[in-house]
Design a protein around this ligand. Sequence first.
Ligand code: ARG
Length: 478
Amino acid sequence: MLLAFVVLLTTVVPVAMATGTTSNSGSKKLVLGTSADFAPYEFHKVIDGKDQIVGFDISIAKEIAADLGAELVIEDMGFDGLLPALQSGRVDMVISGMTPTDDRRQSIDFSDTYYKSKQVIMVRNADKDKYPTMADLENEKIGVQKGSIQETIGQGIPGAKLTALDKISDIVLQLQTNRVNAAIVEDTVAAGYLDDVIGLAPAIPDEEQAEAAIGIRKGNTELLSAVNGTLERLKSENKIDQMVTEASKLMADKVKKDQNIFQVFWQYKSFYATGVGYTLLLSALGVIFGVIIGLIICLFRLHDVSILRWIGTAYVEVIRGTPMLVQLMIIYYGLALTLGINFTPLQAGIITLSINSGAYLAEIFRAGIQGVDRGQLEAARSLGMGRGAAMRFIVLPQAFKAVLPAIGNEFVTIIKESSIISVIGMVDIMYQASVVKNITYQGMNPFLIAAAIYFVLTFILSKLLGRLERKLSASDRR
Ligand code: ARG
């Protein structure tokens, strides 16, 4: 069953994907993994009305790709996910202002370093004098990026209560909203966030410099030496400093902060439109495969053969008893790291959604079938119908009608739950809302817009299902 499912997916999904990205097939691809929340290294920026990832890391990546004669493909994800993505072969190299620490060297290789920065403490301007020395950060609430060396530094501060988040912009929001009182970041990056609310404390947590290098999968010596070659050329041409200056300029020209919700929506409508497309695609395929899985599992659960019943029950219990986020991580990262099965975010999303909703739908179907009076089946059989025909013409139609509201609920749930898939970089409504948040530095409006869109989608769906329900129950009133 699983096999058939995977085969189906690999045939359907490429077709679905073709609508998303266009690539000139044939040419060599170089896939870059990065966490584009780190201006001026890498960040989102609307240029000519289009969302683009820019920064000096990206400029370096472009040079490397050009030297290799390859097409650069950028995969934006949480900083935390970069190492597993590189190890599993999902990306070819990581350029993300990443410091080549000994810990990381255990799992990946690094190029020569290309940039150096210092650690600083970001605070609200009002608190500027509160932390004259590093020791004053003790027992303080501190924000850091998950998986970064700043997290390690924070862990070394006695009594510090750390909040580790995926994106730097989230940390700044936490700082603005008094959830943390300080954040440890790198000076070059902090510069982009300084304004009338956010400032720098005079204390410097760590004199030691944070270097940045390019991550390459262990054993990929060919790419490693090519990368070092390009870096050497850029350094000798003084290009890197130039790229940093350019990126800092881009970063400095910030977006207007005071746009209201309608302005935000209007300016970024194309972002949300893309998100809606993917959310609908994801949910529709999730529903279709979910129903198929649900039917199969339901038949298993009602089967006479006890081993099949057992499998059905085990499936439902295990899937229902574990969080969908965990299932997603296993399917997306776990399978790649252990079995080398590399699903795209869309594929992993569809598989997770359908496996997950399959369990719930199986239970709904079972309740429906078991809810039909046994007498119905017996009457049909005594009229000479076979078991299959009795099921098809007598039991299932009644069962379907009875559980339609529950099925409708499940569809609505799938649309909403699909937002979880955004954590692996699936470009759905939720993901796009975060991108808009990162660009606009606004914490509320991008998500209110996303909420409104989800609501409209689910509302339309439940209206449609309500209609179908009324139509089907018309016969009851006769
Ligand atoms: N240099 C730090 C580290 O390696 C932080 C890098 C964060 N990079 C990013 N793109 N967010 O841990």
